[in-house]
Design a protein around this ligand. Sequence first.
Ligand SMILES: [Zn+2]
Length: 286
Amino acid sequence: MYSLARPTTTGLECYQITVSSIRSPELKQHYEAATPYIANRCAEYDTIAESNRFEEAAGKDFEVDSSHGVNMATLYQQQFTQNQRPRNIRENLLLSARHGLCPYCGYGSVTQLDHYLPKESFSATSVHPSNLVPACADCNHAKRAYVPNSNSPALLHPYFDVTFDTRWLTAKLERSEISLPTIYFDVRLEEVNPALEERILAHFKQLNLWKRSASWSGQLLSNYANFLMSDYGRELTSDQVIYDLRAMATRTSRNHVNSWEHATHIAMSKSEWFIENRMEIAEKLR
Ligand SMILES: [Zn+2]
């Protein structure tokens, strides 16, 4: 999970560029007539986003009703994703992800754009770049049409949440009944902030990140077991293994501080049980 620079193209600019690609002059006129309304709604989105009050969006009108004579779903599907000029904006949004990794989870490959506020109920921001987040298929699918409101905390927004840049993801390695390690992830903020903690927990729950992180860290443990069983790994002392794990933790936190890999490496290095019994555990994990 990591933050991304907010797109420089405004909602109004993107809407106008998208509309300019419509061929039928009559149809284009309808969309042009709706421009002030769309511009107003995108500005409202920006105000809410900049002050991190996404829970209030559900109570405001972001629907483009039939009186405007336009169809935002069609505009998104047929113009924004198909025509060259808006497609350049789309491509740049997809390319903005660091190393092509999804900012929501920090692990999956970016393949699509997610509407942070779903286009089904917030159609006015369907082509607003600040509402379009590059995402992996798993996050986009798990997020579905999640709408933040007073009962559902807003998920983390890569363009507006600086909280991605302070460390809050921790992990603990525990011995399971069959003497194999199990990794438990947890959220611990440096400063007490119940509202933010609720949002991070909602983010993990909705995007299925507890389960997905556990699966990724299981693969990491298994790979490390292979290393420990190699000629090189067998020769390392406990202190050298701890040093190696800490070095990997440092490397894996360079791209994003709340990386599950970083948390896993630290958890392994801190577990006396794992360090002392590593060869026996590695034999079982391989
Ligand atoms: Zn993802």
